[in-house]
Each structure stands twice: as C-alpha cells, then as structure tokens.
Design a protein around this ligand. Sequence first.
Ligand SMILES: CC(C)(COP(=O)(O)OP(=O)(O)OC[C@H]1O[C@@H](n2cnc3c(N)ncnc32)[C@H](O)[C@@H]1OP(=O)(O)O)[C@@H](O)C(=O)NCCC(=O)NCCS
Length: 187
Amino acid sequence: MENELILRTARLELVPAAKEHAAALFPLMSDDRVTAFLTWDPHSDEAETARVLEGLASAQARDAGYHWTIFQNGTAVGIVSLIDVQRTHRSWTLQRAEIAYWITPQRQGEGLATEAAEAVATCAFDRLGLQRLRISHTSANPASGRIPQKLGFRFVGTERRFFKKNDRWHDMNHYELLIDDWKPGSR
Ligand SMILES: CC(C)(COP(=O)(O)OP(=O)(O)OC[C@H]1O[C@@H](n2cnc3c(N)ncnc32)[C@H](O)[C@@H]1OP(=O)(O)O)[C@@H](O)C(=O)NCCC(=O)NCCS
C-alpha cells in the first residue's frame, strides 16, 4: 500500500512520510515560522523529527491519518496530510478527514501547497474511499485559507476562540468539500 500511495503532480512527488526523511525535514521542522499556527512546536533535534515521522507512518498503517513528505526535484519542501480520518461513529458512516499542510518559508507563494492538497484530495476521494474533506485555518493565517478557496471548497463558518498559541487566542475558519463537488484540475 505504501508504494501505491506515492502521488505525483506536475512539479511534486509526495512520498509517504517515513523516519528516513528526518535529516531532510529537521531543518524545516525546527523553524518557528512553520509552526506558528500549528499544533506542534519547533523540533529541537533530528531524533525528535525521526520519532515524529515514525508516528506519522504508524498512523497510516492504522488508517488514522496519511502524511506525505513533499519533494520537489528531490528536495523536501514540506508535508501534506490527511488527519483525523473518521470512517464510522457507532451506527453512522462518516468517511471524512481533514487536509493539513505546511511548506518551507523558502518556497511559499509558489502554489505548492495548493498543488499538493489537490493531489491529496484526489487520492482521498478516488483511492481511500472518503466522501467529505475539511480544511481549517486561523483568521490570522489568510494564506492558508487561499488553498481551500482555490480548490473549490465551501466556506462553512468560523468557530471563535478555537485555540490559544503563544498567548494569543485564534478563531478558526472551516471549509468543506464533498466528493460530488470535486472537480480536480479545474483551478
Ligand atoms: C499556508 C501555507 C501552507 C501556504 O503554502 P503556499 O505553498 O505558499 O501556498 P500557495 O502558494 O498554494 O497559496 C498561497 C496563497 O496565499 C496568498 N497569501 C500569501 N500571504 C498572504 C497573506 N498575508 N494574506 C493573504 N493571502 C496571502 C498567496 O498570494 C496565495 O494566493 P494566490 O494564489 O491567490 O495568490 C504556507 O504559508 C505555510 O506553510 N505556512 C506555515 C504553516 C501553516 O500555517 N500551515 C497551515 C496551517 S492551517
């Protein structure tokens, strides 16, 4: 399954995240510009990055989450993920997940997060059996909000005081996309 989940786009190769990527990703994952709005803090050494990547790989093995290291011309530039994969809840069928992403500051503003997220949405709907995707971003991070907008997600609403990081409370904007409305390549 792992090899089948290598995704290719015009400029990028998305490879299931693995601890072998630690040396390439540690310089990026120790950068506080990357983590400013994320659920984790900058890594302090490469061993921490390797442990985190091992956890991400094990999430994929359990169908709990899917994480890809984003390579451009062989250089790691970020990670894109399907997190919070929910298949069922008691007698309900859910088949939903959230797309999350980060790109190294050196390569932001080139459309890479949008290109990676589009490939992941296609994989989620066509290969992983998901029906509904969400993307959420804080109001303080409008660049992140451009990705769901550019991919045709629908704005659902804003949850206020959703989380606090670095002594600041953040409102969270939510977007959703249903498989029926997915038009890959329509951007
Ligand atoms: C959010 C992030 C992933 C975007 O990655 P990226 O590869 O630069 O994204 P793209 O180039 O595909 O699109 C970025 C869009 O945001 C826009 N943008 C950039 N800075 C902006 C700002 N301050 N205000 C509004 N829009 C902004 C860009 O112009 C672009 O939109 P456009 O194509 O309409 O011009 C990247 O900035 C990042 O990794 N940030 C740190 C981690 C993070 O916050 N992740 C998301 C958590 S919700």
